[in-house]
Design a protein around this ligand. Structure first.
Ligand code: UCC
Ligand code: FAD
Length: 560
């Protein structure tokens, strides 16, 4: 039939229109705020040219590896063809390339080489920020590796820990090691003190054998790990609670045939959004002790680092999703014009831009403070701020990324499916950023634990006029809360943490807008941010929602 060829939907013909997909461009060159931030704080040609080259490589090459990590998730081979138990975790070639790349690019090393003094962490975080959405979640092992290096550096223990430290911070792929962080057991991840059943049995040579079951061990292909256990005394007794926990260093050793020594990998977790990463349950047996200490307090250094990495990855995901949505708006037509020519659509995107900018400045500021502390330049106030802001920024950006990515799915309704073909940062992944390394509530309680809330307030007050009233509301709230029972502040913890994040982000946005290189759009972003309710906790307090009666009503309603 001669007419069939002209009918667009007949037989195998599927029509002539195909939507142009959003394009991933060099994430460094595409990001005005990142470049402005660095121009302001670290105006180094070497850094600019490294980030620019790396950004190109990420867009052109690494992003494809990230996709490969996603489509070829790790597999666990329990037995070899001869029936021997091998527990071999088979990872993709791309995952291995990520490891080599991480070493070559110094993604952990930069933080320890300190070539750029107090700004070295900002440089490292900028590079991770560019890398993260294309990394196939390799940023997860890198975060733990960085955290472990930080802990090892602070222990002062010599061999084999010194050797491990040099491997974690190496730029040579053949020497580079990654680390795990094995804290969570089956009873639960937040309350580590009650959850840890693993015991450490002293050996005659001063080492320990660890027996336990770790329930979550992301990136199980690590070369070493830091983990918690309870030391048994001669009678086999252990001390319960937090005080009974010690921190251990353990190498994940394999024999000459590659068989795991003293570890059984039970299974790989089948987890939403992070399947490309080997996560396993392990039975630990006979791993040597490297350090016996105050477990929770000792691993806190690692938590600080991994929580900062988490914040950077959250912001990076926001920026990436947003960039794709922005690019899509210039390609997609609806109601006769491009999406970018619909003012309402632009308003939606511009609100996302403000959200992303605020999140970026929060995360980078924690990196800045970390760099100051590590270079010995931190004032007492800087140290307090770092302790306070680490959980605040982790919990806040962990939630922002979920809501922004959800919004991006709507503004570019084709992006979710496109994403699995153009970016490994699958749109479900953001959810995990608010769970691991401490959930929102647990981190809100950590904000209360850090005793620096009051110092922070008095020092920040003069920083910016526009948020003065939010600050004084916050101050009034805290003064009032101090006169009440601890349960009152606990009820308010999450809103308090949110208030700190919003007010501090507002201060940073204003500060950035005051920089001589800033544009009128930086001012605009700051103004837009400060329009929202900054001091949530004061507004909620006025409704009486932290009063003792509400706790029982909450529970009654939840279980009605
Ligand atoms: O999830 C995990 C890995 C995921 C994969 C890696 C992703 C990385 C990002 C990737 C981006 C793509 S590993 C599991 C993470 N688990 C957690 O985060 C646990 C969450 N729970 C908490 O954080 C709790 O607050 C606990 C476990 C810390 C609470 O324990 P305790 O025993 O009840 O705490 P205490 O008794 O209040 O504190 C014990 C000591 C105290 O010091 P001293 O004894 O000197 O007074 C605390 O001040 O530890 C100190 N401490 C801290 N110090 C507790 N938390 C901190 C802290 N954050 N910083 C400094
Ligand atoms: P629970 O501790 O049972 O908490 C459940 C809920 O109760 C949360 O919403 C929490 O906020 C709330 N809650 C708990 N306590 C309080 C309180 N006092 N007040 C108010 N609310 C509270 N762990 C590792 O050690 N190593 C890993 O490598 C690792 N990788 C992971 C990978 C993935 C993909 C995931 C999802 C988790 C991983 N974890 C890992 C575990 C992770 O750290 C825990 O899931 C997390 O700490 C929360 O613990 P939980 O899931 O047991 O929740």
């Amino acid at each position: 039939d001669a007419t069939v060829g002209y009918l667009p939907f007949s037989r195998a013909s599927i029509g002539s229109f195909f939507q142009q997909q959003p394009e991933l461009k060099n994430p460094f060159l595409e990001d005005a705020l990142l470049r402005g931030y660095l121009k302001r704080h670290l105006p180094s040609q070497e850094v600019f040219s490294d980030l620019s080259t790396f950004g190109e490589r990420v867009a052109k090459e690494v992003d494809g590896w990230g996709r490969e990590c996603e489509v070829n998730p790790p597999r666990l081979l329990h037995f070899d063809p001869w029936g021997r138990r091998v527990d071999h975790i088979v990872t993709s070639a791309a995952w291995k390339r990520m490891k080599d790349l991480s070493a070559q690019e110094g993604l952990v090393a930069i933080g320890y080489e300190r070539t750029f003094g107090e700004w070295s962490r900002v440089y490292q975080m900028s590079k991770l920020y560019i890398f993260s959405p294309s990394s196939g979640l390799y940023t997860c092992p890198l975060a733990m590796t960085d955290g472990a290096a930080k802990v090892l550096q602070s222990t002062g223990v010599s061999w084999p820990v010194e050797e491990a430290y040099s491997r974690l911070t190496s730029r040579q792929p053949e020497r580079f090691w990654t680390s795990g962080q094995w804290m969570t057991e089956r009873r639960g991840g937040s309350d580590v003190a009650s959850g840890t059943e693993t015991v450490a049995i002293p050996q005659t040579d001063g080492s320990y054998k660890l027996h336990g079951f770790k329930w979550f061990t992301s990136a199980t292909d690590a070369d070493m790990t830091l983990t918690l256990a309870r030391i048994q005394d001669r009678t086999g007794a252990t001390t319960p609670g937090s005080k009974g926990l010690s921190l251990f260093y353990a190498e994940v050793s394999r024999d000459k045939d590659g068989l795991l020594q003293g570890i059984e990998v039970q299974r790989l977790k089948d987890k939403l959004g992070t399947r490309q990463m080997p996560t396993a349950e392990l039975l630990l047996d006979g791993l040597p002790l490297s350090e016996e200490g105050r477990g929770v307090a000792s691993i806190a250094n690692m938590l600080t680092i991994t929580r900062i990495h988490n914040s950077i990855s959250a912001v990076a995901a926001m920026r990436r999703q947003y960039s794709l949505a922005r690019d899509f708006a210039a390609r997609r037509t609806a109601f006769g014009k491009l999406l970018k020519d619909h003012p309402l659509h632009m308003q939606t995107l511009s609100r996302m831009e403000v959200e992303t900018r605020a999140a970026f400045l929060l995360a980078m500021d924690v990196g800045r403070l970390l760099g100051r502390e590590e270079s010995g330049l931190a004032s007492q106030q800087d140290a307090h701020l770092l302790r306070l802001l680490t959980p605040v920024v982790k919990l806040y950006t962990g939630k922002q990324v979920c809501s922004l990515c959800s919004g991006c799915c709507e503004v570019g309704t084709q992006i979710p499916s496109v994403l699995s073909h153009t970016s490994s940062f699958h749109f479900f992944i953001p959810q995990v950023l608010s769970i691991w390394e401490g959930t929102t509530n647990v981190l809100s309680l950590d904000v209360l634990r850090s005793s620096s809330v009051t110092n922070f307030l008095s020092s920040l007050s003069p920083a910016v006029k526009a948020i003065d009233s939010a600050l004084s509301e916050l101050e009034t709230f805290l003064q009032d809360a101090a006169t009440r029972k601890p349960a009152y502040l606990e009820q308010a913890a999450r809103d308090l943490a949110y208030s700190l994040a919003r007010i501090y982000a507002g201060a940073l946005l204003i500060d950035h807008a005051c920089w001589k290189g800033a544009s009128h759009l930086d001012t605009y972003a700051a103004l837009r941010w400060c329009e929202q309710d900054l001091c949530v906790v004061a507004a909620k307090q006025r409704t009486g929602c932290y009063d003792s009666s509400t706790a029982s009503l909450d529970a009654a309603m939840v279980y009605e």
